[in-house]
Design a protein around this ligand. Structure first.
Ligand SMILES: NC(=O)c1ccc[n+]([C@@H]2O[C@H](COP(=O)([O-])OP(=O)(O)OC[C@H]3O[C@@H](n4cnc5c(N)ncnc54)[C@H](OP(=O)(O)O)[C@@H]3O)[C@@H](O)[C@H]2O)c1
Length: 290
């Protein structure tokens, strides 16, 4: 079974590479191998590899920068997705999207069928990408929305917190945005299951680790893990603040917990509690440092 992964250098792309299952013929493409904003390069690349599945993990993910860099953001998150889908006449597309397609006004987990209403350019561009994929390939595209992704490789909240916990004497972290952290490897494992269990079914799905917390809760847990694994020497005060105390160019949803039931049923596997996966990330961190 031949599988092409776009976004190979990103967090999810790296996590997929780390679990590369036997029996699958995987090709990983980063920007160097194929710039997704170059339509001819994309068509040529897909023709040459001729995969049965394409997993698109590539995205313009700079949420705040996107507010000013609108055109560049849409080129990757919408136009490139449409073009990849157009090259999928007899292939299956697994495309990754985001909790930022929602406005965060709900107070119960969002199902894949709930109405979308993105608050910023990044969320709107990702929603446009979902629509482009589904319009082009109504019977051959799976959209998987996820949230708060982190991994041992790449830029993310966990690594930023660890760095700041060493550099600073105290930290202020927002405590009024609620969501679910997702270890990239847990999402990679779910994608692997879709392929090896041959349960690919078109439509929109959600996948995150289980449980929901605020960024402040997450920072506290990162500190606990960091101290217990010897990555941080001392604890520092972590002060809960409101979103209004920490203005950013892009507005974030106050609540973006995703209901993962539909995909859990499809792959016959429940989501793992976020705290367990955070612990796993730290174990990997420690073994990488040795
Ligand atoms: N990170 C999160 O918290 C989060 C939350 C919800 C959903 N998601 C979604 O999950 C998916 C994976 O996210 P991630 O965290 O793995 O993202 P990431 O680490 O930012 O990786 C994205 C990758 O896309 C590549 N890319 C961007 N433009 C490209 C282009 N024109 N041609 C080829 N490659 C290009 C980037 O390459 P360069 O490094 O060269 O730019 C990067 O390697 C994305 O669809 C994202 O929207 C992420």
């Amino acid at each position: 079974m031949s599988v092409l992964v776009f976004g190979a250098e990103g967090q999810l792309g790296q996590a997929l590479q780390s679990i590369a299952p036997p029996g699958l013929e995987l090709t990983y493409a980063g920007r160097t191998e194929c710039d997704l904003t170059d339509a001819n390069a994309v068509s040529d690349y897909i023709d040459r590899i001729d995969p049965e599945y394409i997993i698109n993990c590539a995205a313009y993910t700079a949420v705040d920068k996107a507010e000013e860099d609108v055109e560049a953001c849409y080129k990757v998150n919408r136009d490139a997705v449409r073009h990849i889908a157009e090259c999928c006449a007899n292939r299956k597309l697994i495309h990754i999207s985001t909790d930022f397609v929602f406005d965060g006004k709900q107070r119960t987990p969002y199902t894949p069928e709930d109405p979308t209403a993105p608050l910023g350019v990044y969320g709107a561009s990702k929603l446009a990408g979902e629509q482009a994929a589904l319009e082009t390939l109504p019977n051959q595209a799976m959209i998987i929305r996820t949230s708060w992704v982190y991994y041992t490789i790449g830029e993310n909240f966990v690594k930023t917190m660890l760095r700041l916990m060493v550099e600073k004497e105290s930290l202020s972290v927002v405590s009024d945005q609620r969501g679910s952290p997702t270890f990239a490897k847990s999402l990679a494992e779910t994608i692997r299951r879709i392929i090896v269990q041959s349960c690919f079914t078109p439509g929109i799905y959600h996948w995150t680790d289980a449980g929901d917390i605020t960024w402040w809760d997450f920072a506290k847990a990162i500190q606990e893990e960091g101290v217990s694994k010897g990555l941080i020497a001392d604890t520092i005060p972590i002060v809960p603040i409101q979103t209004s105390d920490y203005p950013t160019p892009a507005q974030r949803p106050a609540y973006s917990v995703l209901d993962t039931t539909k995909l859990e049923n499809l792959v016959e596997q429940g989501a793992t509690p976020w705290r367990h996966n955070l612990n796993q990330m730290f174990e990997e961190f420690r073994s990488n440092e040795r």
